[in-house]
Design a protein around this ligand. Structure first.
Ligand code: NDP
Length: 286
């Protein structure tokens, strides 16, 4: 339609559509391999070009699915992978990155994230990330599951402000980041990657996909609750949602959410049904 799809910008890159594709649980079952590859390819065709994966997912299996899906079209995608915290420094990090690249059948990542904070000092992670950038193995780096205080600490580390994103759990029924982390990231003009934007199809908050307020609104607008949830996540400035979809049908449905504009009164209705905590709460994680 006439309405520009929502976009986000990682500093120094072209604008990207505000919905990408997650891959957790892909590559677990060989019977689903072809369908997963097809789902990711359909997503790329529909503009969901940011693909999020990790060395953790299916022990490297998800990266292999992604490698197959992007083969011959590497330059169309914005590829994000993550390193285990215990690999996130020194030679282990270089090796972990090289192994991810091999499984993905590419020679660079657009973005490489510390998956969550472990025992390694942030400065050692920053230092190896800088080394990987210099080696051309990654274009940029970022973090995941870092709460507000961790980000303040990162900002005091030399080179820490080169961090391109923080990937955190965010969906309508888990709004804790609105208290401090999200506004702070927006102030830095640093996109937030919202994981579990569908609350894992409702599993994380039972009742979410079947809530009467959401059901009624979705029906009124001629869409699904999943689309409503994605549209809500991406109406926030500098937020990209990365739903995981294992079928072409789900991918198509999710891509259409890029075109949805929610009216302020609709947003208010949704947020009244799922209020933010209104005080500092520890960062939600899975
Ligand atoms: P999501 O909230 O994306 O939910 C995924 C589930 O939703 C799947 O069961 C999927 O089913 C279903 N689904 C997808 N589209 C639809 C639809 N249109 N209608 C109904 N159901 C739908 O949860 P994830 O945990 O997968 O999070 C998304 C991504 O974020 C992950 O895949 C991963 O890449 C990343 N992540 C990062 C974490 C981190 O620590 N950094 C932690 C967790 C996730 P089906 O597969 O059948 O389509």
């Amino acid at each position: 339609g006439d309405v520009m799809a929502k976009q986000i910008i990682f500093s120094g890159t072209q604008p990207l559509p505000a919905i990408g594709q997650g891959t957790w649980y892909m590559g677990e079952k060989s019977a689903q391999y072809v369908e997963e590859v097809n789902a990711l390819r359909a997503g790329i065709d529909l503009g969901l070009t940011l693909i999020d994966t990790a060395e953790m997912y299916a022990n490297g299996g998800a990266e292999k699915v992604v490698g197959e899906a992007i083969s011959g079209r590497r330059d169309e995608v914005y590829l994000v992978s993550k390193v285990y915290p215990w690999n996130a420094a020194g030679p282990s990090a270089i090796q972990a990155c090289e192994q991810s690249l091999k499984r993905l059948k590419t020679d660079y990542l657009d973005l490489y994230l510390l998956h969550w904070r472990g025992d390694i000092a942030l400065e050692d992670t920053v230092s190896v990330m800088q080394q990987l950038v210099q080696q051309g193995k990654i274009r940029r780096w970022g973090v995941s599951n870092l709460d507000y205080a961790d980000m303040q600490e990162l900002w005091r580390v030399t080179g820490g402000r080169e961090c391109a994103t923080n990937q955190v759990l965010y969906h309508l029924a888990s709004r804790g980041i609105e208290h401090d982390l999200l506004p702070w990231c927006q102030q830095q003009k640093m996109p937030v990657m919202a994981y579990c934007p569908l609350a894992q199809a409702g599993r994380l908050r039972s009742g979410l996909m079947n809530h009467p307020v959401l059901n009624d609104l979705a029906q009124q607008k001629g869409m699904t609750v999943a689309q409503l949830l994605l549209a809500w996540v991406i109406h926030h400035e500098d937020v990209v949602a990365i739903p995981k979809a294992g079928s072409v049908a789900h991918v198509k449905e999710n891509a259409l959410a890029l075109e949805i504009t929610l009216k302020q009164e609709e947003i208010t209705l949704m947020e009244k049904a799922f209020p933010a905590p209104g005080r500092k709460t520890p960062l939600d994680m899975v």
